[in-house]
Design a protein around this ligand. Sequence first.
Ligand code: AN7
Length: 354
Amino acid sequence: MRYTGLIDNYKDRLPVDDSTKLISLGEGNTPLIRLENIPALLGKNMDIYIKYEGLNPTGSFKDRGMTMAVTKAVEAGSKAIICASTGNTSASAAAYAARAGIKAFVLIPEGKIALGKLAQAMIHGAVIIQIKGNFDDGMRLVKEVADHAPVSIVNSINPYRLQGQKTAAFEIIEELGDAPDYHCLPVGNAGNISAHWMGYTEYFDDKIAAKKPKMVGYQAAGAAPFVKGEMIDNPETIATAIRIGHPQSWDLAHKVEAESNGWFDALTDDEILAAQKLLTEQEGIFCEPASAASLAGAMRDINSGKIPEGSTIVCTLTGHGLKDPDTAITQCKNEMININPVMNEVRDAILNNM
Ligand code: AN7
């Protein structure tokens, strides 16, 4: 059977009917990869799984929400969508708008989105509006302008986004046979952690899962309003995807924390980059910096015993590493070897580096 995307796969659990025209690029159904080498390095007996959301059509989890949001926008007769974005939402909105034959307007913080994401928004033909401000400024403007122009907002304040994104939890339960003990995610606006909790709760209530996980949200230290307990006006982090100080799902996320007995914590940029590198070198999995916050946090909490030995853990890697080539190259200090095009020099390069 050909896989035709997550709405088709879960149509009984999503707000569509037989007459709804689905706008899909085959999103969802992403790999759940068991870590082989990192648990041994930690010296712990742990089942750590990576939900590799970077393998969605535009390279991030946003596609799960965007297929729903754009499907419903088109169904409602909308001819244009709009979002503020740290990059991935704009890339996804641009692609799904192209697929639907409608217009995408994207507000991005000038100079603060990763190169791959900018390339995507541009090549798909979105109208790119760079603002001299950050994501939070963009979000405020998008909400204001939606009352003055015929555009549908496709940020995660659009409830269809979370409906689409909850399907990641369904897939995990189906593959593991139950929910994990802990689910770790990077947190920006906190839409995704809230959507996962919706999915876990739905399968638990329908007795498809016997348990629900503790939800653990990790932020970048310079952009950690949930850890600080209040909004932040000038968020800063190398993980530009989660450079957000005024999360849109503030109340929802606190509900998730309380209901799941989970917690929020923050990682420094150095910790985030170290986890990104460890994952690429030890497991062959390349994610963008923001995504690595989930593994960085999980490793810290495993080491401290906060996440006990023997637990089953899922870490979501929200975006592909190719989204941000600059940060990847900059952090690789191992220099390239430059040689003349002769065999001896190639041989020496090999023998000196075995
Ligand atoms: C790779 O694209 O907010 O906590 O505008 O791109 O649901 O906000 C991106 C967020 C984590 C945080 N990882 O998810 C945007 C945007 C990556 C991301 C998050 C984002 P939420």
